[in-house]
Design a protein around this ligand. Structure first.
Ligand code: CU
Length: 388
């Protein structure tokens, strides 16, 4: 009750103060000599120079941003098509940078040059065909060039002829909040899958009766062989996800109820990428930050952080729920020999399902016999009743 009264008093005090300032303002206005709303030369000069200050602010912010954050870019792409994507991106950035620098200068310079003065009169200028032609045609040509180059890059990257090209087919399965990979095995054909077949450890809903599914292998880590084009088939169990491989410049939405595709060829193994100078520098920088954080943690009685080593990652790039931020899978690019060895060691899904089914059946066997004995008893009783 008291706190409510205090709040009411405070609100009333605030209202009273606000009213008092309004009255004070009104009395002041009457005392001022120049209360005109029309800008004079001094006002216009101030506005004109403010334009230049704002222009300088934009330029300084751009340069500062480039110096401070410029090194955060991903650098060398790890896929065969990555250079094409980076090229397109770089051309777009350079164009934007040049056009932005020039147009912002012109905009602010003319705003300053033609600032208002007492005896200047605005000129009525209806149109100028030549000027309009120039500023329409130049951007149209530049944009058309960019779009054509983009289309060329897109078709180049996205077109995969499964029959002609020697591709390896891998399924990437998305669900809240993890990724699972399925290798198509020796036949290079994935077994059919449907959400209705999901049962026990068959979390991808693979049709175990499908002949193509017999050699499929399901893994929690994505290994890829260097120098081999991999065609990914994406599925999602629940909501929209997006498979994003930043180091390979690849991204594709995973849509429930349909299969989407993306193919790329890894060109550097994980070990080779770790050995590149720019990557060594990045990892060293991260570890400096981690070491500092570790000191803080240890001072508070916690555990220090492990040093960071680089790994390729598959991330989710669609906000798909509360743990979206941590929906990731480690991607390892091996030499073809190491990849073969790794995959050969993995059991097929059929073997895994058999193993999973075998264990509980053996332990539950006595209970099952009892049940069937009971069932036999009841059938005997039923038969006897029917005979009567
Ligand atoms: Cu997701």
């Amino acid at each position: 009750m008291t706190s409510l009264l205090v709040i009411i008093v405070l609100v009333l005090l605030a209202v009273a103060l606000w009213q008092l300032t309004k009255i004070f303002d009104l009395t002041q206005i009457a005392a001022k000599a120049n209360n005109s709303q029309v800008a004079n030369d001094k006002d216009n000069n101030i506005q004109g120079y403010l334009m230049f200050i704002f222009l300088a602010f934009i330029y300084i912010l751009t340069i500062y941003g480039l110096i401070k954050w410029g090194h955060f870019v991903l650098s060398t792409p790890a896929s065969a098509h990555g250079g094409l994507v980076d090229n397109l991106m770089n051309i777009t950035w350079v164009l934007l940078f040049v056009v932005q620098t020039i147009t912002q200068f012109l905009l602010h310079y003319f705003a300053f040059k033609y600032r208002g003065t007492k005896d200047k009169k605005a000129l009525y200028f209806a149109d100028n065909d030549k000027l309009e032609f120039i500023w329409s045609v130049i951007p149209a040509i530049v944009l058309a060039g960019l779009i054509l180059y983009g289309l060329y890059a897109w078709t180049n990257i996205m077109f995969v002829d499964e029959k002609e090209e020697d591709v390896m087919i891998v399924e990437v399965y998305a669900q809240q909040f993890k990724w699972t990979a399925r290798y198509s095995g020796e036949d290079d054909v994935l077994g059919k899958a449907n959400v209705r077949y999901i049962e026990g450890i068959n979390t991808l809903g693979v049709d175990l009766a499908d002949p193509n599914a017999q050699d499929d292998k399901v893994t929690q880590e994505l290994h890829l062989p260097k120098g081999k084009k991999v065609l990914f088939k994406f599925r999602s169990q629940d909501v929209l996800h997006s498979a994003y491989f930043p180091h390979f410049r690849a991204q594709m939405n995973c849509v429930p109820g349909m299969v989407t595709e993306f193919a790329f060829e890894p060109i550097y193994t994980t070990a080779e990428m770790r050995d590149m100078d720019f990557m060594k520098e990045k990892v060293a920088n991260i570890n400096v930050i981690r070491a500092k954080k570790s000191q803080e943690l240890v001072a508070k009685g916690g555990q220090p952080l492990d040093p960071y080593t680089f790994d390729y990652l598959l991330l989710c790039n669609k906000i798909c729920g509360s743990s979206h931020y941590n929906m990731q899978m480690k991607v390892v690019v091996d030499t073809p020999e190491d990849f073969k060895k790794w995959l050969a060691e993995k059991p097929t899904l059929i073997e895994e399902v058999k193993a999973a089914n075998a264990t509980p059946a053996e332990t539950e066997a006595p209970a099952a016999t009892q049940d069937s004995a009971k069932a036999q008893d009841t059938t005997a009783v039923a038969k006897a009743v029917a005979a009567k």
